[in-house]
Every structure is written in C-alpha cells, then in structure tokens.
Design a binder for this molecule. Structure first.
Ligand SMILES: Nc1ncnc2c1ncn2[C@@H]1O[C@H](COP(=O)(O)OP(=O)(O)O)[C@@H](O)[C@H]1O
Ligand SMILES: Cc1ncc(COP(=O)(O)OP(=O)(O)O)c(N)n1
Length: 266
C-alpha cells in the first residue's frame, strides 16, 4: 500500500520550510509526497528576500491534476498568501471530499516577513478552518485567529476552545514561542479534553521550518490512517529529533534535520 499526502503551500528556496520541508517529512515518514505551490519565496536562513504568489487558477490547476489521477490520503496546507487562494483551496478540499486536512495557518516567517495578507485572515477563519481535521497554530497565530492575548496556559486553552468552536476538530496550539521553562509543550484540544505533548526545550537558533515540519508529519501519519492524537505524538517526536540533530548550515536560523528521526530516532 502506498500512502499519499498532498501539501498546498509556498516554496522556500532555502529548503528548510514550506513545500520543501513538507515533502522531505512525508518521504522520511514513508509517505509519497505531492505538491500544489501557492507562492514562490526567495528565502534562506537569513530571511525572506522576495514573495511571488501564483494565481488562484494556477493553484487550482495543480490540485485538480493531483486529484484527477493520484488522489490524496491526507492534505496539508501551509503558506496560502491571499484570500483568493484560500477560497480556491477550500473549494477544492470540499470538491474532492478530503477529510484528513491539516491546516497550518502560516502568517509570518520567523524573521518577520508576512506570508499571509492581513485581509486573508477572515477567509482563513471562515472558509478553511471549518474544514480542518487538525489545525496547528503557533502562539502568535492563535492570538491573531482568536483575538486572545496568550500569556498563560489558561489563555492557550481558551484560544483552543475558540478555534474548536470555529470548526477545527483537533486544535494544537504549539508552544515553541513560549520560552519559559525547560520544556516545550504543545497543547491538543479535541472538543472535550486537553492533552499535552512535552519535550525538552533545545537551546538553538536553528529552528527554521519547525512549524511546517510538525504539521507535515501530522499529515503523513493521518495519510497512513493513524488517529489524530497518535499523529501529533509522532510529529512531536519527529520535530524534536530534527531540532536536536542540527545540520549547522546557513548563516542565520538554520533548517532542521529532516532525516534525524530515521537516523537517530527520538
Ligand atoms: N527550541 C525548541 N526545542 C524543542 N522543540 C521546539 C523548539 N522550538 C519549537 N519546537 C517545537 O517545534 C514545533 C513548532 O513549534 P513553534 O515554534 O511553536 O511553531 P512555528 O515554527 O510555526 O512558529 C512544536 O512542536 C514545538 O514544540
Ligand atoms: C514558504 C514558507 N512557508 C512557511 C514558512 C514558515 O515556516 P515555519 O515552519 O513557521 O518556520 P519559520 O519561518 O517560522 O522558521 C516559511 N518560512 N516559508
């Protein structure tokens, strides 16, 4: 059995985030990866030097090509850039009946470059989020989507409840941006209870693409038919290993090591 996952996201020329991170992650987890590119970014470990969006028509055509022939066992979205692209992606997800959808609501790159137009946030909330099986905001993204200022774990839980009310069935509010303490804690809410995925916080600046990698690993595991909670557990272990065994390339925020989980395990 060949499991297939489709990523709908932006290209990162530096290879650490976006489509490139997603495809590497799919491959490492034994899933055949396919892509629909939403935007080309000129990007490296120092930052984003340019953003060149594709038309919504070009995005739809790529998705149609994949759906018409290969099909997808799970779909992941990343950088979607505009409201037009978001609406198109939502239409395509509904048209093809894709249930195992992971929405990583990418908004701003670590260096501060905007990867989603401000006016597209409403479309993300109204059109795409209700279709998501799993949504994976980091803390600033959860704040932008809910309007809650997140300082404590209680704030995070409240943001997760609101995101669940907006329609996402499993909400992961990631903890990478909460640099208090020795651990990073990703919180998962399924509409009735919370679970916590904890790991040792690694003191490093080489975390470029961690969010993409994490969400792609969830999508890969869902493609294999895993339960969302088990998919999140594997994704957390995968990203932890990728951060713990850095490649040491680039002059800025370096990429994570996508083959670490296979080579060294957790
Ligand atoms: N320094 C770190 N040590 C260990 N895990 C981390 C670290 N930074 C981020 N992570 C993990 O990487 C994933 C992405 O986290 P986060 O940084 O919150 O998202 P994003 O990359 O979207 O900003 C989460 O699973 C988080 O727990
Ligand atoms: C093309 C592209 N897509 C997404 C991101 C953001 O990736 P993320 O995993 O959140 O990592 P950082 O940018 O925060 O390092 C991106 N940079 N480029």
């Amino acid at each position: 059995m060949v499991y297939k996952a489709l990523t709908i996201a932006g290209s990162d020329s530096g290879g650490g985030a976006g489509i490139q991170a997603d495809l590497k992650t799919f491959q490492e987890l034994g899933v055949f990866g396919m892509s629909a590119i939403t935007a080309v970014t000129a990007q490296n470990t120092l930052g984003v030097q340019g953003v060149f969006p594709l038309s919504a028509e070009a995005v739809a055509a790529q998705i149609e090509s994949v759906a018409a022939d290969l099909g997808a066992d799970a779909v992941k979205t990343g950088m979607l850039f505009s409201a037009d692209i978001i609406r198109t992606v939502a239409e395509q997800v509904k048209k093809h009946g894709w249930e195992r959808l992971v929405v990583d609501p990418v908004m701003i790159a670590k260096g501060g470059a905007p990867l989603l137009q401000e006016e597209a946030v409403a479309a993300l909330k109204e059109e795409l989020l209700p279709l998501a099986l799993v949504i994976t905001p980091n803390i600033p993204e959860a704040e932008a989507l809910t309007g809650i200022v997140i300082r404590t774990m209680d704030d995070r839980r409240e943001a997760a409840r609101r995101l669940h009310r907006m329609g996402a069935r499993y909400v992961v509010v990631k903890g990478g941006h909460d640099d208090d303490g020795e651990e990073t804690v990703d919180l998962l809410y399924n509409g009735s209870e919370f679970s916590y995925f904890k790991s040792k916080r690694i003191d490093t600046r080489h975390t470029h693409g961690t969010g993409c990698t994490f969400a792609a690993a969830i999508a890969a595991e869902l493609a294999k038919g895993r339960h969302p909670v088990d998919a999140v557990a594997t994704a957390k272990a995968f990203v932890q290993s990728a951060i713990a065994h850095p490649l040491g390339i680039g002059q800025g925020h370096g990429p994570t090591n996508h083959w670490a989980y296979r080579q060294y395990g957790e």
